[in-house]
Design a protein around this ligand. Structure first.
Ligand SMILES: NC(=O)c1ccc[n+]([C@@H]2O[C@H](COP(=O)([O-])OP(=O)(O)OC[C@H]3O[C@@H](n4cnc5c(N)ncnc54)[C@H](OP(=O)(O)O)[C@@H]3O)[C@@H](O)[C@H]2O)c1
Length: 376
């Protein structure tokens, strides 16, 4: 579990050793390639770096689907995975958890998916619905099992979901982790009421999604950021108020000021150690805290008296199930929402994409594009 949320403090060393053309298709099928490009972890000093290799496409099992991946979105967690991990040798692990593409073949016992469907991967291999249980953590793409960064990947049929209509591959690829985590964080305590106040921290993947969803539900969103420029860019998402947490380190005072002392109905905490106390101070009476991240560390303390005196709730959020994803996808389609993408890189520039992610010089998501579909 701690491995999933290791903190990122390392010198980034990335090499995409060798680039390969799109693999040839097998002679006996127009759809079934025999080899694929994929990006795996390779040992570096310190930690790991990405390596682009060519490998056979795995055989398709009875309950599996073969996906032609068109785009892969990166997450903060992809940086964490490059850190040294004394508890496991991660060499050879296929990276990344969030891909979008087309189903090009299905195993004979697959019923919910068919060739030609546009799908995304899911963070958890087999959390299709119901409550979260310990066994779900054992199978996470790009962490405890192979991820999705390759042209052709084989996934269990429990590990894919239909992409919402109206989104590009690049947009759909942002949904499995950042989108779904934000959705779960925003809806964990029921739907928001119009006019509810929601605080989101920073302008990265999870927070921009949370702002998008909360705004679409009619909430008033207050965003914190290290940068006035990023705060201005967030206004296009409907966020009325921004607080620069560098110039206002006691940013919870500003939240209270902006809400005439009432506070926020929901605070989505991605900062962790350095933000939890301010998050609790920001809460309204009866408010809710969704605990999502640990950008400043996971060893933070939640002031229990602050929660108690406000009759407030705190809840941990861990991405979500496929059933949650489907509810999110419906909401996205109904409200015609589009994820915020800062920049799309070709796969061959994966090292640059990781550098941008590590530098934090972006708003929203950073995405890799794989080979385009014919005619695109
Ligand atoms: N629980 C889950 O299921 C789950 C799922 C996904 C991610 N996470 C975790 O949630 C966190 C955010 O992930 P992400 O993918 O959205 O990250 P991201 O896209 O890399 O966004 C990071 C942004 O957060 C802001 N930030 C950085 N340090 C901060 C701090 N100390 N306090 C407040 N804001 C800070 C910065 O924006 P500004 O420059 O605008 O301040 C930065 O650009 C990470 O810790 C990640 O591991 C958890």
């Amino acid at each position: 579990m701690t491995m999933l949320f290791r903190q990122t403090r390392y010198a980034l060393v990335i090499s995409l050793a060798g680039c390969f053309a799109t693999p040839p298709l097998a002679a006996d099928s127009a759809d079934h390639p025999t080899t694929t490009r994929k990006v795996v972890l390779e040992k570096a000093i310190p930690g790991y770096r990405w390596k682009l290799i060519e490998a056979p496409v795995p055989a398709l099992g009875r309950r599996q689907v073969l996906v032609h991946v068109r785009a892969v979105a990166l997450n903060h967690g992809d940086l964490d995975l490059l850190k040294p991990d004394p508890s496991a040798d991660m060499s050879g692990r296929v990276v990344a958890s969030d891909g979008a593409g087309d189903v090009i073949a299905v195993g004979k016992d697959v019923s919910g998916f068919r060739k030609g469907m546009r799908v995304t991967s899911l963070y958890f291999n087999d959390w299709t619905g119901g409550p979260f249980t310990e066994d779900k953590v054992k199978n996470v793409h790009g962490w405890t099992m192979d991820g999705v960064l390759g042209d052709y990947i084989v996934l269990d049929d429990t590990a894919v979901a239909r992409a919402p209509a109206g989104l590009s591959y690049e947009e759909a690829a942002t949904l499995p982790t950042a989108g779904l985590t934000a959705w779960t964080a925003v809806t964990a305590n029921g739907q928001l009421d119009a006019g509810d106040v929601v605080v989101v921290q920073g302008t990265g993947g999870v927070s921009t999604f949370a702002a998008l969803f909360a705004s679409a539900m009619g909430a008033r969103v207050i965003v914190t950021s290290s940068s006035d420029d990023k705060l201005r860019r967030m206004q296009s998402l409907g966020t009325r108020d921004g607080i620069n947490y560098h110039t206002h380190p006691d940013w919870s005072d500003k939240v209270l000021e902006l809400t005439q002392g009432r506070g926020a109905d929901l605070v989505i905490d991605v900062g962790g150690k350095d933000t939890l106390a301010h998050s609790v101070t920001s809460l309204a009476f009866g408010g809710a805290l969704s605990i999502v991240g640990g950008l400043s560390g996971y060893e933070g303390k939640i002031p229990s008296l602050g929660l108690l005196m406000k009759n407030a709730r705190a809840r941990g959020i861990f991405v979500g199930s496929r059933a949650d994803y489907q509810r999110m996808a419906e909401f996205i389609a109904t409200h015609r929402l589009h994820p915020v993408i800062n920049r799309v890189y070709p796969l061959e520039q994966g090292d640059e994409a990781l550098r941008l992610l590590a530098a934090g010089n972006f708003v929203g998501k950073v995405v890799l594009r794989l080979a385009p579909a014919a005619g695109e």
